[in-house]
Design a protein around this ligand. Structure first.
Ligand SMILES: Nc1ncnc2c1ncn2[C@@H]1O[C@H](COP(=O)(O)OP(=O)(O)O)[C@@H](O)[C@H]1O
Ligand SMILES: [Mg+2]
Length: 357
C-alpha cells in the first residue's frame, strides 16, 4: 500500500447508520429509498453498512453499484444481476469486495443458460434464491446503488420497462412476501420523484434523505486531521475551520479537495478560488438562457437556500427541472422543496446577484 499524505476517513453517520440498521432488524415490509443531493455520501454510507453487517452472521448481502456497470441492454442487466458459479474462478470477491461485487445472485450454469436464452424468468430466479436463504435462516438483503441507470431498458418481447417491473417485484418481495430487505439509492431527483408520485410505490416504501455532514461533525473532523487523515504537515485553527465550513459546508468531497490543496496554497486563496469558480458556473448557466427565466428562478434563492414548491409558478417548473438536471439545485419530493446543491454554490448565486446590482 502506498502511504499518501492525506488519508480518507469515514466521518460519523451514527444516526443514519442506526436508521438503516433499524430497517434491517425489522421484518422486511417495505423498500427503503436512500436519496439526497449529489455527493452527500450515499454510496459511502452503503459500503459502510455493507462492511458492518457483512461481518455479522445471519445476513446475506447482495450489493450492486450500477455506476460501475455498463447497461445498454437486457443482457447487460442479466450480466449485472446474475453470476454463474462457473465464472467464479479468477475473481476474488474478497479483495475487491469493497468496490466491485460482480453480480448479485450466484447461479448454476444451467439456470444461467436458461436466463440468457430467456427461457427462465429472472424474477423467479431471485425469488427462489431468497426462499432458499430464508429456509437456512439467513436474511437476504439487496442493496442497489444508482438504480435509475436501469431506466431505458425493456424486458424482451413484453416491452415492459425493466425498472418498473423490478420495483414491482421488490414490492412483492418486501411488503407481500416479507422475503428480503431492499435498499435502493439514487442521486437522480427525477427518479426519486417518479417513485414518490407513484401512489402504490409511495405507500410501500420508506424514504430516507442523506444530507451533507453536520456542522458539529465537520468541526470534530477538521480539529483533528492528524488523527482522521494522518496529516502531519499542517493543522487547522478554529478560524480556518470556520472558513472551510463557511465556504463549502458539510460537503465531504469538497472538504477533501481543500485539504489536498492546503499542501500547496493558503486557505484564503483556496476559498476565494472556489467562490470565483462557482460564480463563473452560475454566470455560464444563466447566460445560456436568452429569455432570462433561469436568472429569475435563481434570484429567488439569494435569501434562502431552500424553497418550497409553492414559491414558484407552474411555468417555472421546466427551468427548475433543468437546474436539477444540471446539478445547480436538488429537489426533495418528500418535503416538496428545491434547494441549492451545496454551500459553495450558494456563494456562487449570492455573489452573482451581488455583482449584478
Ligand atoms: N461520512 C463520510 N466521511 C468522510 N468522507 C465522506 C463521507 N461520506 C462521503 N464522503 C466522501 O464524499 C465523496 C462523495 O461521497 P459519495 O458516497 O460518493 O456520495 P453520493 O453517493 O451521495 O454521491 C466521496 O469522495 C467520499 O469519500
Ligand atoms: Mg453515489
Amino acid at each position: 500500500m502506498v502511504d499518501f499524505k492525506l488519508d480518507v476517513a469515514f466521518i460519523d453517520r451514527e444516526n443514519e447508520m442506526a436508521e438503516l440498521r433499524n430497517y434491517l432488524e425489522n421484518r422486511p415490509n417495505s423498500i427503503l429509498f436512500l436519496y439526497g443531493p449529489k455527493s452527500s455520501g450515499k454510496t459511502t454510507l452503503m459500503y459502510r453498512l455493507f462492511d458492518q453487517i457483512e461481518k455479522e452472521r445471519g445476513y446475506e448481502i447482495n450489493f450492486l453499484n450500477l455506476r460501475e456497470v455498463f447497461l445498454a441492454s437486457y443482457d447487460d442487466f442479466i450480466d449485472a444481476f446474475f453470476k454463474s458459479t462457473e465464472h467464479d474462478n479468477g475473481i476474488k470477491t474478497g479483495i475487491h469486495r469493497q468496490y466491485s461485487l460482480f453480480g448479485l445472485f450466484k447461479l448454476d450454469a444451467f439456470t444461467e443458460r436458461m436466463l440468457r436464452k430467456k427461457q427462465e424468468d429472472p424474477f423467479l430466479v431471485m425469488k427462489r434464491e431468497f426462499q432458499r436463504l430464508q429456509k437456512k435462516n439467513i436474511q437476504p438483503v439487496v442493496i442497489i446503488d444508482e438504480f435509475h441507470k436501469l431506466d431505458g431498458l425493456y424486458i424482451p418481447d413484453k416491452q415492459k420497462r425493466l425498472m418498473v417491473e423490478l420495483m414491482n417485484f421488490f414490492v412483492a418481495m418486501t411488503k407481500e412476501s416479507h422475503l428480503c430487505h431492499v435498499i435502493i439509492a439514487s442521486s437522480d431527483a427525477f427518479f426519486i420523484e417518479q417513485v414518490y408520485v407513484d401512489s402504490k410505490l409511495r405507500k410501500t416504501s420508506k424514504f430516507m434523505k442523506l444530507d451533507y455532514l453536520e456542522k458539529e461533525d465537520v468541526f470534530t473532523w477538521l480539529s483533528d486531521i492528524r488523527k482522521y487523515n494522518k496529516v502531519k504537515e499542517y493543522t487547522l485553527t478554529r478560524e480556518d475551520i470556520e472558513l472551510i465550513w463557511d465556504t463549502v459546508g458539510g460537503s465531504a468531497w469538497e472538504i477533501y479537495s481543500i485539504l489536498e490543496d492546503l499542501f500547496q496554497h493558503s486557505l484564503g486563496d483556496i476559498a476565494a478560488k472556489i467562490k470565483r469558480e462557482k460564480v463563473a458556473m452560475i454566470t455560464d448557466w444563466i447566460f445560456r438562457d436568452p429569455v432570462g427565466k433561469r436568472e429569475t428562478v435563481l434570484s429567488r434563492f439569494v435569501d434562502s437556500p431552500v424553497l418550497g414548491i409553492k414559491a414558484f409558478s407552474p411555468d417555472q417548473l421546466d427551468t427548475l427541472g433543468l437546474a436539477v438536471k444540471d446539478n445547480i439545485l436538488y429537489y426533495d419530493p418528500v418535503e416538496g422543496e428545491y434547494g441549492i446543491q451545496g454551500r459553495s454554490l450558494e456563494w456562487g448565486i449570492k455573489e452573482y446577484f451581488a455583482a449584478e446590482q
